[in-house]
Design a protein around this ligand. Structure first.
Ligand code: NAD
Length: 298
């Protein structure tokens, strides 16, 4: 069994590390948030006091952080991963980040003699808890194959995507589609209610009809229909509106660099911006429904 260093123990890193512990790995975790660290320790993770302490002697280092700037900050600099991990440590970033940051970490890791893969995930907090995430893994093929061995306890699907940053490219395009689906699901759900349909009856129809989507089956934004939905818990976050806004922004940036029009994506990003402006950025992204049903607090 391996010694695993894990940086970032939030909504995703928490349940992912729990599955690594269950698989028998020795997991050393670090997070700036004491609450996140305590929750991970309750699941069998050993607390490390710094990035440096976490990565020393590790076989593999995972990062699961919000944005590219956070990933750069834990990789680079005198107290970073590249300065303190052993050269034969395999480095895996599972955060969803911009392609430029992913390329910068690939380049710096290679220059320092490390093997690094970008391996973002899909499946949400419920998939993280169940160990059924989809991993999209970009990098040199030998490193991707070795990474797959470590990833296995957390995954239902591990899909090599090609060279450096292609995992992030796949993830960015996937999430563009996800958040557009979430917005359309919110509109359909509210309209169905106002047309007098029972919420469960409408969901039963849509989930076996052409309106179906992962967003509908996992994040349905109406309480009491889907057990994994944040709507059941007052939109306590499983995936924050802030991160959803970031992810669509990654797609919009990638689209600009490839002259690809994303009219719907740009509109949906504005909806998340309205949630953030309304003070709800830390709530679950499925609270986008409040812009349709008019319940967004003033
Ligand atoms: P989160 O905000 O819940 O967790 C991130 C954690 O990183 C926090 O606990 C934070 O304290 C910690 N952190 C930030 N900077 C740090 C640093 N310098 N050193 C140590 N810890 C630091 O976010 P999340 O929902 O777990 O998402 C993590 C990543 O996974 C994001 O890129 C997100 O887009 C992606 N993702 C999230 C979901 C989801 O459903 N939540 C699904 C797939 C992918």
């Amino acid at each position: 069994m391996a010694v695993v260093a894990w940086i970032g123990l939030g909504h995703m890193g928490g349940p992912m590390t729990a599955n690594m512990v269950k698989a028998g790995h020795s997991v050393r975790g670090f997070d700036l948030s004491a609450a996140a660290l305590d929750a991970a320790v309750a699941n069998g993770v050993q607390a490390a006091g710094s990035v440096e302490a976490a990565v020393q002697g590790a076989d593999v280092v995972f990062t699961m952080l919000p944005k590219g700037e956070h990933v750069r900050s834990v990789y680079f600099g005198g107290s970073g991963i590249l300065a303190h991990a052993a050269k034969d440590t395999l480095l895996i970033d599972s955060s969803t980040i911009d392609i430029e940051s992913a390329q910068a970490v690939h380049d710096a890791a290679a220059a320092a003699g490390f093997r690094f893969v970008d391996a973002p995930v899909s499946g949400g907090m419920s998939g993280a808890a169940a160990g059924t995430l989809t991993f999209m893994v970009g990098g040199e093929s030998g490193a991707v194959a070795d990474a797959s061995g470590y990833i296995q306890p957390m995954a239902a699907n591990i899909i090599p995507t090609g060279g450096a940053t292609t995992g992030q490219a796949a993830k960015i395009c996937n999430n563009l589609m996800l958040f557009i689906n979430l917005a359309s699901t919110s509109e359909g759900a509210v309209l169905a209610d106002r047309l007098g349909l029972d919420k469960q009856v409408f969901w039963d129809i849509a989930s076996v009809s052409s309106g179906d989507s992962w967003a509908l089956r996992t994040w349905y934004p109406v309480p009491g229909v889907v057990p994994t939905a944040a709507a059941n818990n007052g939109f306590a976050p499983t995936f924050t509106a802030e991160l959803a806004h970031k992810d669509i922004g990654l797609a919009i940036a990638a689209a600009r660099s490839t002259q690809t029009p994303l009219e719907i994506g740009e509109h949906v990003q504005q909806l998340f911006q309205r949630l953030i402006d309304g003070g709800q950025g830390a709530k679950d992204c499925s609270m986008i429904v409040s812009l349709v049903d008019g319940s967004l607090p003033a």
